[in-house]
Each structure stands twice: as C-alpha cells, then as structure tokens.
Design a binder for this molecule. Sequence first.
Ligand SMILES: *[C@@H]1O[C@H](CO)[C@@H](O)[C@H](O)[C@H]1NC(C)=O
Ligand SMILES: *[C@@H]1O[C@H](CO)[C@@H](O)[C@H](O)[C@H]1NC(C)=O
Length: 186
Amino acid sequence: MFKQFLSVLVIFVSFKKLEFQLLQSGNCPVIYSVPNFNILAFSGTWYDVANIPIPTLNLGKCVSANYNVDSLNVVHISINYYDGKQMKQLNNAFTITNSTGAYYIQIPAVNMNFEFAIIDTDYSTYGVTYGCAKLGRLKIQLAWILSRKPTLSYNFYAKAISALKQRKLPYKNMKNITQTYCPTIY
Ligand SMILES: *[C@@H]1O[C@H](CO)[C@@H](O)[C@H](O)[C@H]1NC(C)=O
Ligand SMILES: *[C@@H]1O[C@H](CO)[C@@H](O)[C@H](O)[C@H]1NC(C)=O
C-alpha cells in the first residue's frame, strides 16, 4: 500500500491537477498540534468523516484509521477502507514520529517529509489532522476530519471546519466520506 500511495502521489503530481486543493504553490505553513497534545489519549480508532480527496487513491468509502503508539512514542497508523468490492486493511500505512513538538510522516522513498499536526481534538468525539509536504515549488496539503463514531454531529463538524479555516488551511474542497453500509472486516 505504501508503494501504491507513493506512486499515486507521483502520478498525481505529474498530472498537475491543480484544480484540487491537494497541490498548491508556496511553502508549508508552520502548524502545531494542540497544546499539551496527548498522543495516548488520541490513539485508537478514528473514522474518516471528511478529507481532501487524493484522486487516484480509492479511499472514498468506509475509511477509518487506527492509531497505535509504541513504547518509543512512534505512532503507527493502519487504514481500513472499502475498495468497491470489499473492505481492505493497510497495516502500518504511515508512521508518525514526534520531534521538536511537531509530528512528521517520513516518506524516504521520495525524499518527502510530511509535516503533520493534530490541530484540534477533544480526544473523545472529533479530531482534525493536517499534513503538508514540499514538492519542488509546490506543496501537497492533506487534511482529515476524524470522528470516534462513524458519524459526526453538525456541531462538531462545524468546529472541525473552523479549526482549519482559522489557521487558513484548506477546507473548501473537503469531501464527506460515506460511513454507512460498510461491510465487516474478517
Ligand atoms: C514531542 O516532542 C517534544 C519535543 O521533543 C516533547 O516536548 C513533547 O512532549 C513530545 N510530545 C509527545 C506527545 O510525545
Ligand atoms: C458533511 O457531513 C456533515 C456532518 O457529518 C454534514 O453536516 C454536512 O452537511 C455534510 N456535507 C455534505 C456536502 O454532505
């Protein structure tokens, strides 16, 4: 999956689909996680309520992520999604490490370093995460609205959107993720 993700990025970049908010010119903003962020409290399952779509990556339905923190404080993220036929699991799809107070997703294969931040969360209901990486003169921006349950009430959804908006992060092209009629993973 990891290779798939990388090739998707590469294909995506070569198509230069600038109409998506995923790619823009300029530098990544300096964004920090919530003050006193507690990674252990954030661990566990999060449903993906909305995100900035990565066009060729078919993660359109029933997407959830499992955040597991190991003894070295490294976060391993596994992803579940529906590929149109069945549920798929991507174990250890991303790894997040914490240095200098920020989190990073490292992608050495393409020499990319996604800065990653949990910009808002109450740990028990919703979360908002943001990632950004430089690609030449462009930046790739990713954002997710997460929920502990498959659905998120409008109040929390609006809170999540405003967390992105306040920090001038992309939110207009967020697409809701369908979380209904999701088959069970065996
Ligand atoms: C992240 O790293 C910073 C700096 O090393 C440290 O102060 C902070 O406690 C760490 N946060 C977590 C959640 O591990
Ligand atoms: C997206 O989901 C939120 C709450 O989960 C809802 O309030 C909003 O209307 C949805 N937007 C669209 C375009 O369906």
